[in-house]
Design a protein around this ligand. Structure first.
Ligand code: FAD
Length: 372
């Protein structure tokens, strides 16, 4: 009869010179000087004290789907959360709150919510990565973003060791951003996120592409499961599901966020596009209202700056399916990915005067790898 072995003591689970590429979806980068998977909060506290004693920098890694690690690796401790599970609080007849551990796989949470008939995150199906990263850049897709359902974020202040609870309205959520990505970047380790979900609510179909897909399938009144299925199908067509068998999915997803420009700048771009016959005289580039400003499609700008899908630079390429994703064709180095990102950025700026901001987090680089 086999017996479960007790877990190894923490100092024995700490790994030296641990390659990071296989912990990331884009698969580039060097090794972490030290690496530890934290199964519980005590492991995190131990790791923090251990790194502090040795004056080592710390990086918190989730599922590695939004990071580019430098070829030189990371000179300190990389701590990956492996905490799992959730607790469900019944708020009232219509509402439940799921309190989810950070290391839980995000898409598993969505799958569970949909299976229970809880609405609120169905359009966020298929986004790779862990729960703890969802508030960082306020993940969003197909008309939903997590800030609409997050009630609170529980986080450990890495400087003081105190646990703090951030109600949603203090997280400073914006389009693909939050305080955890801006003024508090690297300060907190998120340990739990609470999402408010709705029983017996209709799924959200706000995004034109999603509505068109459901229409194509002749689904008039979709269930949550049908919306989840539709989102996953659309994502699969664009290689936006983390599928190890799909070469176009060896990426960080979108490499750049959609730029938001003033109305005047937008007019300037429209006039330029018409003058250069990039669009017809009564056409507009794809755009969406963003308060008083205008959000543009970064993918459209890239393709109309003369960079076709599949454009290759060494072993890095723009995805064949989506110009916004930079793909590791196999054997790429971080420097290849950065060189292609730089080319895209320069060409879009030269043509449209728009500076594309990268979406992934750069790890282990001595200075920001993309120059303006
Ligand atoms: C194919 C593909 C499709 C994608 N589609 C989308 C999409 O539709 N919408 C979207 O918004 N994003 C998308 N992404 C990007 C990515 O999946 C999300 O940003 C995701 O939330 C990152 O989660 P992660 O666990 O992999 O984080 P990582 O990549 O490991 O880390 C990202 C950042 O979060 C920090 N972090 C992670 N966990 C914690 C924690 N517990 N505490 C503190 N900091 C933490 C890291 O330090 C790092 O700064 C896509 C990526 C891929 C590869």
């Amino acid at each position: 009869m086999s017996q479960n072995k007790p877990p190894l003591p923490l100092h024995e689970r700490m790994v030296c010179n641990h390659p990071l590429a296989h912990h990331t979806t884009i698969g580039v980068g060097g090794a972490a000087r030290y690496f530890l998977q934290a199964q519980a909060l005590e492991d995190v506290r131990y790791a923090l004290a251990w790194a502090r004693e040795r004056e080592l920098p710390l990086f918190v890694l989730g599922g590695g789907s939004n990071v580019v690690v430098a070829d030189s690796g990371f000179p300190g401790l990389v701590l990956q959360l492996a905490t799992r599970g959730w607790r469900v609080e019944q708020r009232d007849a219509e509402t439940v709150v799921m309190h989810v551990a950070s290391g839980e796989r995000w898409d598993y949470v969505v799958e569970h919510a949909v299976a229970q008939g809880w609405a609120g995150i169905e359009c966020l199906s298929g986004i790779p990565g862990q729960v703890g990263a969802t508030p960082i850049q306020n993940v969003g897709a197909y008309g939903q973003q997590v800030s609409e359902t997050i009630v609170e974020v529980k986080a450990l202040d890495l400087a003081t060791g105190q646990i703090e609870t951030f109600p949603s309205d203090s997280c400073e959520f914006g389009y693909r951003t939050s305080r955890f990505k801006t003024r508090d970047a690297g300060r907190y380790l998120i340990i739990e996120v609470a999402y408010r979900l709705f029983r017996d609510a209709v799924p959200s179909v706000r995004y034109a592409e999603l509505a068109a897909y459901l229409d194509e399938q002749k689904i008039r009144v979709p269930t949550l499961a049908q919306v989840r299925g539709a989102v996953r199908a659309i994502r699969a067509r664009k290689s936006m599901l983390a599928d190890p068998n799909d070469p176009n999915a060896r990426s960080c997803g979108s490499f750049f966020v959609n730029p938001v420009v003033s109305r005047e700048k937008f007019e300037e771009i429209v006039n330029y596009c018409r003058r250069k016959a990039l669009i017809g005289s009564d056409e507009m580039p794809p755009h969406y209202a963003a308060g008083d400003d205008v959000k543009l499609s970064a993918a459209w700008l890239i393709e109309h700056a003369g960079l076709k899908r599949g454009t290759r630079l060494g072993a890095a390429a723009l995805s064949q399916k989506h110009a916004l994703a930079i793909v590791n064709l196999g054997g790429a180095k971080a420097r290849d990915i950065i060189a292609l990102a730089q080319l895209v950025r320069t060409q879009v700026f030269e043509r449209f005067g728009v500076v594309l901001q990268p979406e992934p987090v750069f790890v282990g680089f001595e200075s920001p790898p993309l120059s303006d």
